[in-house]
Design a protein around this ligand. Structure first.
Ligand SMILES: [Zn+2]
Length: 327
């Protein structure tokens, strides 16, 4: 069985599907320091976009640009507070606007880096704004400020390395995942990977946008083999978590979805979606619930909204799997 990877992100959504809100309103980034100069910048309200900052003796590198120019400017102010060397690199983990619309707000001397596949997908700003405005219900006008889409200045295919001065950062592209070019930023001596939309905390639903689970499974297996020292993943959205557990969760989830959907050939699409096992029917995995409770938002808000998001995403994943198998 092999699936064709579509060139463009699927715009199809199951009936009643709701995009998670990624509004930058109220967004703040709370630094979490793994080692000297290695910081996660965690959104105060999941699943809004997280970032990361890695600082060497000569240069600093920021992970993801911010959804809007305003967020990008705030991130730069935060970088200046946390680092006393100039920001020289900005890595886009995916081409999606919530990770790249801020690109144009960084000065020329900041080199934007991403995979070639991500750059190849940054051709149609109007379409991308249209898709991503679904994450800003009632606040679509925030994207009016996004007038140009600065492309990565430097791209790589499978692997790149950046020396920030006493601190080596690896960039990896393991194959199709959430998008065609998901870029993983890895600090090998600390065992921390920034994974964008590619890998989230174990128990968070992934998002299949570029074909079925098969290519994603292959990429995940490659990552598991390639980074044996991986300890922690800092996803683009939601809490950070144990790296191997996060990869294994996705592998198990996609394998089951693929197996189940392969038995549902005779059903109509909505029936087939409903017939798959939705792991979120019973609630959230306890370790994920604990990670979300740690955000300290009132009345279990983070847990409730994550559960809703995961149930929705599962239906989207089932739809994408159905389409990949049966068209
Ligand atoms: Zn994202």
């Amino acid at each position: 069985m092999s699936t064709k990877i579509p060139e463009r992100e699927s715009a199809e959504r199951p009936a009643g599907y709701q995009e998670p809100s990624l509004s930058p309103t109220g967004l703040e980034h709370i630094p979490h320091t793994f080692a000297r100069g290695v910081h996660a910048l965690m959104a105060n309200m999941p699943p809004k976009d997280n970032n990361g900052l890695i600082v060497g003796s000569r240069a600093a590198l920021l992970i993801d640009a911010g959804f809007t120019p305003q967020v990008a400017r705030r991130l730069q102010a935060q970088v200046a507070e946390l680092s006393d060397v100039p920001l020289r690199y900005l890595v886009n983990t995916t081409y999606h606007g919530d990770h790249t619309f801020g690109n144009a707000s960084y000065p020329e001397e900041v080199t934007v880096v991403s995979s070639r596949a991500n750059r190849d997908n940054m051709t149609d700003l109007a379409r991308e704004k249209q898709i991503r405005s679904g994450h800003l219900p009632g606040e679509e006008a925030l994207l009016d400020e996004v007038r140009s889409w600065r492309l990565p200045d430097v791209t790589f295919d499978e692997r790149a390395e950046i020396d920030l001065g006493g601190r080596i950062v690896q960039l990896w592209q393991f194959g199709p995942g959430n998008g065609p070019g998901d870029t993983v930023v890895y600090v090998p001596d600390v065992g921390v990977a920034w994974t964008g939309n590619y890998i989230t905390h174990a128990g968070v639903a992934p998002m299949l946008l570029q074909g079925g689970p098969e290519p994603y499974l292959q990429s995940l297996r490659k990552m598991r083999q390639t980074l044996p020292g991986l300890r922690t993943v800092v996803p683009g959205h939601g809490p950070m978590g144990d790296g191997p557990a996060a990869i294994d969760f996705l592998t198990t989830y996609f394998s089951r979805l693929l197996e189940e959907m392969a038995q549902l050939r005779d059903l109509e699409v909505e029936e087939a979606i409903a017939a798959t096992t939705n792991p979120w029917d019973q609630g959230l995995d306890p370790s994920l619930s604990a990670a979300l409770a740690a955000y300290g938002l009132p009345a279990g808000r983070a847990e409730k909204s994550m559960l809703e998001i995961c149930r929705n995403l599962h239906r989207l994943n089932a739809l994408a799997t159905y389409r990949a198998l049966y068209g």
